[in-house]
Write a protein that binds this ligand. Structure first.
Ligand SMILES: Cc1cc2nc3c(=O)[nH]c(=O)nc-3n(C[C@H](O)[C@H](O)[C@H](O)COP(=O)(O)OP(=O)(O)OC[C@H]3O[C@@H](n4cnc5c(N)ncnc54)[C@H](O)[C@@H]3O)c2cc1C
Length: 423
C-alpha cells in the first residue's frame, strides 16, 4: 500500500493524544489515517460494558478540573463539554477513617484562592502561613523530590497536599517531581476555585472524550482503523520511509508525516535510541453495583483508608486507589473486600459485598519522579517527518488527560508548521 501523494498524516495510537492530534488536523483537508493496535479507541481512558456487574464501566474514574483548559476545549470542539458535570463551586468533602472526622474544603468559585484567608473554608487546624510553602513550591525552579521542598508534618500536608497530589501525580507525593507538582498547583489551586471545580463523566469517560471524537473524525473523512498495530518504523535520510504493520508495509511519500501517539514503553520499541520514562505506577479501580445513600456527595476523599477517592453515581459506587503497588499484587476478591470495608464505613452501608469489578492498570502513568520527568522527550525527533505525542512526552504536566491532549495538539501544530515550511 502507498500513501496518498498529496500527503497523508499517519497517527499511530487512538488514545486521547492521537485523537486530539487528529481532531486538530481534521479540518486541514489532508488525508489522515489513525492506526490503533487494539479493537477499541481510548487506550488508558476508555469505557466498556462489563458482563459481571452488568454496567458500563470506565477503566478508571477520570476526573477533570475546570482549570484543564485544553481538555475542556477538546470536548467543546467535539460537542461534548456539557457531558462533563460537576458542582457549581469547588467543594471537596473528606473523611478521615482513623478518627471518623469529616470536613469539606470549599475553594469557592473565584479567580484567586481567597479561601486560604477564611478559617472556615481552609483545611481545619491550618493557618494562612502554612500555605506559604505551596507558594514557594509553585515557583521553585529546580526539580527535586517534593519531600525535599515541603514538609509532610501538619494537617495541611495530610489533608490537602497529599490527597490532591497523589490523585494527580499517581505517586507517593514525597517522592514526586516538585516541578510537576508546581505545574499542577500553578494551573489549578493557585488560580482559585474557578480552576478547581471537579468535573466527571457521569455516562462514562468514553462518552465524553473517545467515541464522539472518533465520530467527529470519521465525519470529516478521517480513517480510524482498529486491530492495526504498528510493528516497526524504517528510517533513511532523516525520514521515516516505511510503516511496518506485519502483514502490510506502508511506503511513505515525501509529503507524508507520522505522529507516534503510543505509550512510552511502545514508543521505546519503535524509535531507536529514544530517551523516555521507563518506570510506571499502577492505579486500581473497583466498581460496585449498588446505590449510595441518598444525598451522598458525588465524590469524597478518604484519609487513612485503602481507598483514596469514592465516587457515587446512580446504581454504582466506584473507588480509585492511586500508586496501588500493593493492591496490584493482591487476589482480586481480597481487594474488593478491603475496599468495600472502607466504603461501608464511609457510607454506613451493610458489610456484605455487592456485585463488583476490578480494573488494574499496571502501567497507568509514568512514575512522576524528577528522574523520570527528566527523560521525557520533546515532540520533535531527529526524523523530519516523525513527531511524538502522549502523556509521557515533555508536556510539563503529569500523565493526565490534559497533558495527553496538549501533547496531541502540539504534535498537530508541528505537522502544520512542517507543512507550511515545506510548501
Ligand atoms: C486507571 C486510570 C485512571 C486515570 N485517572 C485520570 C484522571 O482522573 N484524570 C486525568 O486527567 N488522567 C487520568 N488518567 C491518565 C489518563 O488516562 C492518561 O494520561 C491518558 O489517557 C493517556 O493518553 P495517551 O493517548 O497519551 O496514551 P494511551 O491512552 O495509552 O493511548 C495510546 C494508544 O496507542 C495504542 N498503541 C500502542 N502501541 C501501538 C502500536 N504499536 N500500534 C498502534 N497503536 C498502538 C494503544 O492501544 C492506545 O490506544 C488515568 C489513567 C488511568 C489508567
Amino acid at each position: 500500500m502507498r500513501s496518498s501523494d498529496s500527503g497523508t498524516i499517519h497517527i499511530i495510537g487512538a488514545g486521547l493524544a492521537g485523537l486530539a492530534a487528529g481532531v486538530r488536523l481534521a479540518d486541514r483537508g489532508r488525508a489522515i489515517i489513525i492506526h490503533e493496535a487494539t479493537e477499541q479507541p481510548g487506550g488508558r481512558c476508555r469505557s466498556y460494558y462489563d458482563e459481571t456487574t452488568g454496567m458500563l464501566i470506565d477503566n478508571g474514574t477520570h476526573l477533570v478540573l475546570s482549570g484543564n483548559h485544553d481538555a475542556r476545549a477538546f470536548a467543546r470542539k467535539i460537542g461534548t463539554e456539557a457531558r462533563l458535570e460537576g458542582p457549581a463551586a469547588a467543594d471537596f468533602p473528606f473523611v478521615d477513617l482513623a478518627t471518623n472526622k469529616r470536613w469539606t474544603l470549599q475553594f469557592g468559585n473565584g479567580f484567586f484562592p481567597w479561601w486560604i484567608f477564611d478559617k472556615h473554608r481552609r483545611v481545619p487546624q491550618t493557618s494562612v502561613f502554612d500555605y506559604l510553602s505551596l507558594a514557594r513550591l509553585a515557583w521553585a525552579s529546580t526539580d527535586k523530590p517534593l519531600g525535599e521542598v515541603i514538609s509532610d508534618a501538619g494537617p495541611l500536608y495530610k489533608r490537602l497536599i497529599s490527597p490532591f497530589l497523589l490523585a494527580a501525580l499517581n505517586i507517593e507525593p514525597l517522592n514526586a517531581s516538585s516541578k510537576l507538582a508546581a505545574a499542577l498547583i500553578r494551573e489549578t489551586l493557585a488560580q482559585g476555585g474557578k480552576a478547581c471545580r471537579p468535573l466527571m463523566a457521569r455516562e462514562g469517560i468514553g462518552n465524553v472524550f473517545i467515541e464522539p471524537a472518533v465520530n467527529y473524525l470519521r465525519q470529516r473523512g478521517v480513517t480510524v482503523s482498529f486491530k492495526h498495530e504498528l510493528h516497526g518504523l524504517r528510517f533513511a535520510d532523516h525520514r521515516v520511509l516505511e510503516l511496518d504493520f506485519g502483514d502490510e508495509v506502508v511506503s511513505l511519500g515525501e509529503n507524508d508525516t507520522v505522529i507516534l501517539a503510543v505509550p512510552a514503553y511502545a514508543a521505546d520499541r519503535l524509535v531507536p535510541d529514544l530517551q523516555a520514562p521507563s518506570s510506571f505506577r499502577p492505579i486500581v479501580n473497583v466498581h460496585f453495583r449498588v446505590d449510595s445513600p441518598h444525598s451522598f456527595p458525588p465524590m469524597i476523599g478518604v484519609v487513612n483508608g485503602t481507598s483514596d477517592w469514592i465516587f457515587s453515581t446512580p446504581g454504582r459506587i466506584s473507588v480509585t486507589v492511586s500508586d496501588a503497588e500493593r493492591l496490584s499484587r493482591m487476589p482480586r476478591e481480597a481487594i474488593a473486600r478491603e475496599i468495600w470495608k472502607d466504603v461501608a464505613a464511609v457510607m454506613k452501608l451493610p458489610i456484605e459485598l455487592p456485585p463488583w469489578q476490578i480494573v488494574r492498570e499496571r502501567r497507568a502513568t509514568f512514575a512522576a519522579t524528577p528522574e523520570e520527568n527528566a527523560k521525557r522527550p520533546q515532540a520533535e525527533t531527529e526524523w523530519d517527518n516523525l513527531f511524538l505525542a502522549g502523556d509521557w512526552t515533555a508536556t510539563g504536566l503529569p500523565a493526565t488527560l490534559e497533558g495527553a491532549i496538549r501533547s496531541g495538539n502540539r504534535a498537530a501544530d508541528l505537522v502544520k508548521l512542517n507543512r507550511q515550511i515545506a510548501a
